[in-house]
Design a protein around this ligand. Structure first.
Ligand code: NAP
Length: 227
């Protein structure tokens, strides 16, 4: 920014430049104190998931067999993504899926909870807890729990695991920052919707698109809101 008068060595223009400099300094100090700038790497609330090409994250029987047929995908983003996560949120169907298919898959030998990060499970029902897991069971308006997650996550991100409507509740409250979705090369015809919301104007902003062999394309979007 060019200051008026700086190029004119007169006493008046000198005074004008001093006054303007002081105004700018005062403005900078005020902005730092009362509205800190949003840093590029500020913590984000991210929906990270895998979907079928036709937009379902589970089939109509809540099965993920269509996804697991691909096995480990070499070089995928999950490890790096998880390292930056400080809090996790999921709905009850997802939690019950984990209970049935991971924790209690072998009734004689229950598995441990797989996330170190504190996790918020949304449900209006009383769900079984898991020994040793850092899980809070909550219900209702996502806004107050998002505040709790931000406080706990510190300088890390929040992972919204799903399902789609729970993520939609965060979107409805302008709390969803990014969507990172891996599209598997299958269609399911029906099932649990990826994100049952209309996001049209402003559209999502595509940040990156990455292909993984002949099985997946990962799309990373920034969510934008009306001003
Ligand atoms: N492809 C993937 O990578 C991926 C990722 C995540 C999940 N999934 C699968 O996708 C499916 C998702 O299931 P879903 O669509 O039913 O979603 P979900 O979010 O897992 O579960 C929805 C349920 O959560 C509870 N809930 C949601 N918001 C709530 C709120 N604000 N307060 C209280 N309770 C709330 C409600 O059940 P109640 O109140 O009755 O408990 C609601 O019916 C699951 O099968 C899951 O395993 C797949």
């Amino acid at each position: 920014m060019r200051l008026k008068g700086v190029n004119f060595p007169s006493f008046i223009s000198y005074l004008v430049s001093i006054v303007e400099l002081e105004k700018i300094e005062a403005k900078v100090v005020f902005e730092c104190l009362f509205s800190p700038p949003k840093l590029e790497n500020a913590m984000k609330t991210q929906y990270y998931t895998a979907t079928s090409l036709d937009g379902f994250i589970a089939d109509e029987h809540n099965s993920l067999d269509w996804l697991f047929q691909f096995g480990e995908v070499e070089g995928d983003s999950y490890g790096n993504f998880l390292r930056e996560i400080g809090a996790i949120a999921m709905g009850s169907t997802t939690y019950e899926w984990i209970l049935a298919h991971h924790i209690n898959q072998d009734a004689d030998c229950p598995q441990t909870w797989m996330y170190e990060q504190p996790t918020w499970v949304f449900s209006s029902r009383n769900l079984p807890a898991i020994a040793g897991a850092n899980i809070r069971f909550v219900k209702g308006d996502v806004r107050q729990f998002h505040q709790e997650m931000l406080a706990v996550a510190g300088d890390k991100n929040i992972w919204l695991v799903g399902g789609g409507d729970l993520v939609g509740q965060f979107y409805d409250n302008r709390l969803l920052d990014e969507i990172i979705v891996s599209i598997a090369s299958v269609t399911l015809g029906s099932g649990a919707a990826l994100l049952p919301r209309a996001i049209i104007t402003p559209p999502l902003k595509l940040l990156t698109a990455t292909t993984y062999q002949d099985s997946f394309v990962e799309l990373h979007y920034q969510v934008r809101y009306d001003s």
